[in-house]
Design a binder for this molecule. Structure first.
Ligand SMILES: [Cu+2]
Length: 510
C-alpha cells in the first residue's frame, strides 16, 4: 500500500434514465421506470459492473449498434423465434464492446483542423444513444463498482419514457451514503440539478471510503424507486492493493499519513511524518473510517482460495473481512398494481402500495438461480436484457463469500436467512463493524433484517470456522453441496398469486 501517494485511477460509466419492462417469476411482464446501461454493455450482460477505465470507455463500436443490443445481436432474434419470454438468454461471446454508446469522431473538428483523427473529444451521435437507451431499463440498475481513491465520472442521459409521453419526468443519480457529497453531485433535485429529457449530466465522485452503498433516482421518491430506479454500488478498499507479504496492520497504520483517512486517536501509537506524538493524543475523529484493530493479528497479504490476491470488504488491518468471492445482492419489492397504473395514468397513493413480488437482484425464485441475464421483449418489439444479475452464490470449498446486501424496498422490511452456512456480519451502512477503540464488533448469525435504504456486509463462512482449533472430522460444507438463502417471512416466498417462489436463492459450494 502506498504510504505517500494514495491516488487511484479514473473510472467512467454512462447510464440511461427512461423506462422498460422486466419479467417477474410468474411470467408477468412488468412496466418500469428504470436506468439502463450506456457503457459496459458486455460486462453488464455478463453480470459484471459496467464501470470502465477510460481506455475502454473511450472506444467506438465497430458498426451500428442496434436497439436491444447486446441481446438482439446474440441469437435473440427480432421476430421472437429463438426467444422464450422470461428465459435466460446468454450473451454471445462475439459481443465484447464495453465503450460509451454513441461516442464518435468529431468530424467538424477534424475538418477545420483543430483536432486529429480519431478525435474522440466527447462528441456523440445521439441516434445511437436513443437506439440503445430507449426501453432498455434494467432492474437492478447498472452495477457500479470502483476502488477507493478513484475519481469516478458517472454520466446520466435522460432518454425519456416512451410509454408515458404525457410525462416530462426528470431523473437524477443519488449516491446514497456518499460521505463527502457536494450538493451539485448529490442528485437531490431540490438542492441541485435534475436531468431533463434529452439532456446528459456527468456526476463526479472522489471515492473516499470503502464499503457497500447503492444509488437511485431522487425524483419523487418513493415513486421512481418503487418503479425500479435503484442500483448497487460498492467501493473496494485500498487494502486490496497491499503488496504480497506486507503486514495488513502496518499498511493500515500508514493510512494515518493520509489526512482523508487518518484517525488520530489516543492509543493508535502510529507515528509518522503527519502523525506526531502530540497528534495521536488529540481527540479521536469519530468519523474515522479505518480505525486500527485493537489486536495486531500479524496477518500479511496473501492469496485467496482461487489463487488471486486476497480481497477484503474493508480496510480492516487484521484480515477479518477477507473473502474469496463477492456478490452484490439488492433486495427490492414490486407492487404490480402500482407498476400497471404507472404505465397508464397517475400512480396510486403511496400508502396503498403493497409488495407482491419480492426481488433479489430484480428476480424472484426460481429465476434467481437461472444463470446468465434475463431478457424481456419490450413494447418496441425488441428483446432487451432486463435483469442481468443472477443471484446464485458460489463459494470455493473451504472459502468465504462476501454478500454486499442492499435493501431498496420502499414499503417493507426484509429478512434474509441462511440454513447451514453461518453469516458473519462485518459491516453496516458502508462502515466496518468496529468501535473507535478498534474492537471488532462483527457477529455470527443466521438471519439479517434490513429496512429500505440500509446496507449490510455479510460473509457466508464455509471455512469450518465453527469447528475451532481442533477442526472437524470432515468438512461441514463439502464441494457439491447446496444451501439456501431465503426469507423466513413465509408470505414473501411467493410470486404474487403463486405460492412458491419469492425472496430465495441458492448457495453452491464448488
Ligand atoms: Cu427518475
Amino acid at each position: 500500500m502506498p504510504s505517500s501517494s494514495v491516488n487511484g485511477a479514473i473510472k467512467c460509466q454512462q447510464v440511461s434514465g427512461g423506462d422498460g419492462y422486466s419479467t417477474m417469476a410468474n411470467g408477468t411482464q412488468t412496466y418500469m421506470f428504470s436506468f439502463g446501461p450506456l457503457s459496459g454493455l458486455a460486462d453488464i450482460a455478463n453480470g459484471q459492473p459496467g464501470t470502465e477505465f477510460p481506455n475502454v470507455f473511450n472506444t467506438v463500436y465497430p458498426g451500428i449498434i442496434a436497439p436491444g443490443d447486446p441481446a438482439t445481436t446474440d441469437g435473440a432474434s427480432d421476430d421472437g423465434t429463438s426467444y422464450v419470454p422470461g428465459n435466460a438468454l446468454l450473451p454471445g461471446a462475439a459481443f465484447t464492446y464495453n465503450g460509451a454508446v454513441g461516442l464518435t469522431a468529431d468530424l467538424d473538428a477534424i475538418a477545420n483542423g483543430t483536432c486529429t483523427a480519431p478525435c474522440l473529444d466527447g462528441h456523440v451521435d445521439p441516434r445511437q444513444i436513443l437506439d440503445v437507451g430507449v426501453m432498455n431499463g434494467n432492474i437492478p440498475a447498472p452495477l457500479v463498482a470502483f476502488d477507493e481513491d478513484d475519481e469516478m465520472f458517472l454520466t446520466l442521459t435522460n432518454v425519456g419514457m416512451i410509454m408515458r409521453p404525457d410525462l416530462f419526468e426528470q431523473h437524477t443519480i443519488h449516491f446514497h451514503g456518499y460521505p463527502n457529497a457536494s450538493s451539485v453531485y448529490d442528485g437531490v433535485p431540490d438542492a441541485s440539478v435534475a436531468i431533463n429529457i434529452g439532456g446528459s449530466f456527468t456526476y463526479y465522485y472522489m471515492a473516499p471510503d470503502a464499503g457497500t452503498y447503492f444509488w437511485h433516482c431522487h425524483i419523487t421518491p418513493p415513486e421512481h424507486l418503487q418503479m425500479g430506479m435503484v442500483g448497487q454500488l460498492y467501493v473496494r478498499p485500498r487494502q486490496d492493493r497491499v503488496p504480497s507479504g506486507t503486514s495488513l496492520y502496518t499498511s493500515l497504520g500508514q493510512q494515518q499519513n493520509d489526512l482523508r483517512t487518518a484517525c488520530r486517536r489516543p492509543g493508535d501509537n502510529v507515528l509518522s511524518p503527519n502523525i506526531t506524538a502530540s497528534a495521536v493524543t488529540t481527540a479521536p475523529d469519530i468519523l474515522c473510517a479505518n480505525p486500527l484493530p485493537a489486536i495486531n493479528t500479524q496477518v500479511t497479504q496473501g492469496t485467496d482460495k482461487l489463487g488471486n490476491p486476497q480481497k477484503y470488504a474493508y480496510n480492516d488491518g487484521d484480515g477479518s473481512t477477507a473473502y474469496d468471492t463477492e456478490y452484490a445482492l439488492q433486495i427490492h419489492g414490486f407492487d404490480p398494481n402500482f407498476h400497471f397504473v404507472g404505465m397508464t395514468f397517475n400512480p396510486e397513493a403511496f400508502a396503498d402500495m403493497k409488495d407482491k413480488f419480492f426481488l433479489l437482484n430484480g428476480r424472484s425464485y426460481p429465476d434467481t438461480v437461472q444463470p446468465g441475464p434475463m431478457a424481456t421483449q419490450s413494447s418496441d418489439g425488441r428483446v432487451h436484457y432486463s435483469q442481468p444479475l443472477p443471484s446464485i452464490i458460489n463459494i470455493p470449498a473451504g472459502g468465504k463469500a462476501l454478500l454486499r446486501i442492499a435493501d431498496l424496498d420502499v414499503s417493507e422490511y426484509q429478512t434474509l436467512a441462511t440454513l447451514g452456512i453461518p453469516m458473519k456480519v462485518i459491516g453496516f451502512n458502508a462502515k466496518i463493524l468496529r468501535d473507535q477503540a478498534g474492537n471488532n464488533l462483527e457477529y455470527y448469525t443466521n438471519s439479517i433484517t434490513l429496512g429500505g435504504g440500509e446496507s449490510l456486509d455479510v460473509i457466508l463462512d464455509a471455512s469450518d470456522a465453527g469447528c475451532g482449533s481442533t477442526g472437524c472430522a470432515a468438512t461441514l460444507y463439502p464441494a457439491g453441496s447446496v444451501f439456501y438463502l431465503f426469507t423466513p417471512n413465509l408470505d414473501h416466498l411467493s410470486n404474487d398469486q403463486e405460492n412458491f417462489g419469492g425472496l430465495m436463492t441458492e448457495v453452491h459450494v464448488n
